[in-house]
Design a protein around this ligand. Structure first.
Ligand SMILES: [Zn+2]
Length: 325
């Protein structure tokens, strides 16, 4: 970190303790709030641990058997045991199993049939059987099927043309055709286009300009014009800029400093803005953002799959690369 001078450091050990403590405090307020999306919480927390090199601190068998209990006959996963299935939790379940190299516990045919069944005629995706449509679900479905090597189960061409139909004049993307550009939505659309090899549909300079304009004076990034900066946009904006090869357009040092300023140095965890309360979600996005910024001591994260690069390589290149690295 010498190049960034004296700007404080990542309290890695504290963040590991924080993540592990959240998992143990099952009756805490945060845990009750998180109850229905514990699967997402597991993904955020465990990916953070992996990026910090501490995934071995958890009980793999216990987590894997809990994940299996969250699966429904349809093949989809709920956010917790007994909760309705949704593509959001299904991707998180697949990502957590990928972290542990346990994808082989899945009936891949069944899971991929569930996800592929959510595609609509026009190429869009619904999030669950209730039918809400959003480009977020396009990304989630495409990412999930790609990790399972089952992209052939959907109409990729229609999926891409639906996403392209959500592109705006400012170069960004919305949740549906005509929807306002938003950094979270842009990540989803750029990520889906990256995974399907369709980034040529993006005007990289125009979108890169919109994205780098998200950096405010404090160094943090916001999600839309006139909004406050928030650590989670370190992920949505940065990953998009990396995928379109325009990350050099923002001030990296200032962003690193902003994320480090959002740490709770006493109890661990990262918040959305300096001095706010920490949570697992922002802790993950802060650490993932620092990983994208190549912060020393963190594993590299893949900007499209939102998983550590070594995990993605294991899935797409095979075990050989793991032994060699
Ligand atoms: Zn946020």
């Amino acid at each position: 970190m010498e190049i960034f001078g004296d700007m404080g450091e990542l309290a890695a050990e504290k963040h590991v303790e924080y993540i592990l403590s959240v998992e143990k405090k099952k009756d805490s307020f945060e845990s009750v709030v998180m109850e229905h999306l514990r699967m997402n919480g597991a993904y955020w927390g465990l990916t953070t641990l992996d990026l910090l090199g501490k995934l071995h601190a958890v009980d793999v068998d216990q987590i894997v058997s809990w994940i299996i209990k969250c699966q429904h006959d349809s093949g989809g996963f709920g956010g917790n045991i007994g909760h309705d299935p949704h593509v959001l939790y299904t991707l998180s379940a697949v990502q957590v199993l990928a972290l542990f190299d346990k994808l082989d516990v899945l009936d891949i045919e069944k899971v991929s049939t569930y996800v592929a069944g959510l595609q609509n005629e026009d190429g869009s995706f619904s999030g669950d059987m209730w039918g809400e449509i959003d480009t977020r679900f396009s990304y989630i479905a495409i990412c999930c099927l790609s990790l399972l090597h089952r992209l052939d189960k959907i109409n990729v061409e229609n999926a891409v043309s639906y996403i392209v139909s959500c592109k705006n004049l400012d170069g960004g993307f919305g949740c549906m055709p005509g929807g306002e550009s938003h950094a979270g939505q842009i990540f989803c659309c750029v990520g889906a286009l990256a995974i399907t090899g369709a980034l040529h549909h993006i005007d990289k300079d125009l979108l890169g300009w919109w994205l780098c304009e998200r950096q405010v004076k404090s160094g943090g990034l916001n999600g839309r014009p006139e909004k406050l900066p928030d650590v989670c946009y370190s992920w949505w904006v940065l990953s998009s800029l990396i995928m379109i090869d325009r990350v050099h357009w923002i001030n990296k040092e200032k962003l690193v400093k902003y994320i480090l300023d959002c740490q709770d140095l006493d109890n661990g965890g990262i918040s959305d803005r300096p001095d706010d309360a920490v949570d697992v979600y922002h802790t993950y996005f802060g650490v993932a953002g620092l990983s994208l910024l190549e912060y020393t001591g963190l594993k590299a994260i893949d900007p499209a799959y939102a998983l550590p690069v070594d995990v993605v390589n294991r899935i797409f290149i095979g075990r050989q690369s793991k032994k060699e690295s």
